[in-house]
Design a protein around this ligand. Structure first.
Ligand code: KIV
Length: 268
C-alpha cells in the first residue's frame, strides 16, 4: 500500500518511527522500497555523492527531475520526496511553486522538501495552497553553506523552535532536523504535531534519515563522511575487489566468454 503525506503525519500519533533514506536511481529505489523504507528522498545531496561536487548548490531542477522520475517509478509503497534545489527555496513563493509543480508533474513524486524555517513560511504556505505537500528542513541548511561557512551542530534553541513552529503552521506534513543539538531536537519533537525526521540530531526525533551512499560505504573517498552516518555495508571495497578480479580475469585470459563461445552451437 502506497504511503501518503497524511499517513506519514499520522505515524507520530501512532508512535511509529519513520525510516527515510535518500535514493537517486531506479535499482536502488526498488531495493529500498522492497526493504520497507517509508520515505525515499531524492535529495540535492546528489550533488555531493553522485556528482562528486563540494556542495549541493550546483544541482538543477532538471537533474532533480531526471533522478526523481526514476525513483518515483520504482516505489510501490514508499512515499517519494524530491528536494527543491537552490535557488528555488530562496527566490520566493511564485518561483518555488513553478519549480515544484514542474517536479511533481514531470516525475510523479509525492511531495517536495524545502530548506529553511520562518523565512520560508510564505513559500511553504503557497506550495501547500497549490496542493503540493511539503516536507520542511530546519537546523543545518546545506544550501546556506556560503553564508554559514561550514557544517556545524545547530544550537540556537529559540530560533530553531520558531523555525519548526512556522514550518508546521505553514502546512508542512513533516520536518527534517539536520544536525540540531540532541536536547533541542527532542524539545522541538515534543512541541510539534508534525513528525520530525532527524539526521545527526539524536534518537528522540520521530524518524531518521541518512544518505544512502554513507549507509552503504559508497561515498566518494575524498568527501568527509558525516560523524552521524552509520555505515552498514562496504560497497567501496566490494566494487574495488570485483573490478580487480574482472581485470585479472581479462588480462589472464580467464574470461568465460571464450569458453561460452566455444560451446555455443554454430549459427546457421
Ligand atoms: O539532500 C539530502 O540528502 C538531504 C538529507 C541530508 C536530509 O537533505
Amino acid at each position: 500500500m502506497k504511503l501518503t503525506p497524511p499517513k506519514i503525519k499520522n505515524y507520530k500519533k501512532e508512535q511509529r518511527k519513520i525510516v527515510m533514506l535518500t535514493a537517486y536511481d531506479y535499482p536502488t529505489a526498488r531495493i529500498l522500497d522492497a526493504a520497507g523504507i517509508d520515505i525515499l528522498l531524492v535529495g540535492d545531496s546528489m550533488g555531493n555523492v553522485v556528482q562528486g561536487k563540494k556542495t549541493t548548490l550546483p544541482v538543477t531542477v532538471e537533474q532533480i527531475i531526471y533522478h526523481a522520475e526514476m525513483v518515483a517509478r520504482a516505489a510501490d509503497s514508499a512515499l517519494v520526496v524530491a528536494d527543491l534545489p537552490f535557488p528555488f527555496c530562496q527566490l520566493g513563493a511564485a518561483d518555488a511553486v513553478q519549480a515544484a509543480a514542474r517536479i511533481i508533474k514531470e516525475t510523479l513524486v509525492d511531495a517536495v522538501k524545502i530548506e529553511g524555517g520562518e523565512k520560508r513560511a510564505k513559500t511553504i504556505e503557497a506550495l501547500t495552497d497549490a496542493g503540493i505537500p511539503v516536507m520542511g528542513h530546519c537546523g543545518l541548511l546545506p544550501q546556506d553553506i556560503h553564508q554559514t561557512g561550514g557544517f556545524f551542530i545547530q544550537r540556537q534553541r529559540e530560533q530553531l523552535l520558531k523555525d519548526v513552529a512556522a514550518v508546521q503552521a505553514a502546512g508542512a506534513f513533516a520536518v527534517v532536523l539536520e544536525c540540531v543539538g540532541k536536547t533541542i531536537a527532542a524539545e522541538a519533537t515534543a512541541a510539534l504535531d508534525i513528525p520530525t525526521i532527524g539526521i545527526g540530531s539524536g534518537a528522540d526525533c520521530d524518524g531518521q534519515v541518512l544518505v544512502i551512499h554513507d549507509v552503504l560505504g559508497f561515498t566518494p573517498e575524498e568527501q568527509a563522511i558525516p560523524k552521524h552516518a552509520k555505515r552498514y555495508a562496504d560497497l567501496h571495497s566490494m566494487i574495488f575487489e570485483a573490478a580487480k578480479q574482472y581485470a585479472d580475469d581479462v588480462r589472464g585470459m580467464h574470461f568465460p566468454v571464450k569458453e561460452l563461445n566455444e560451446k555455443a552451437e554454430p549459427q546457421s
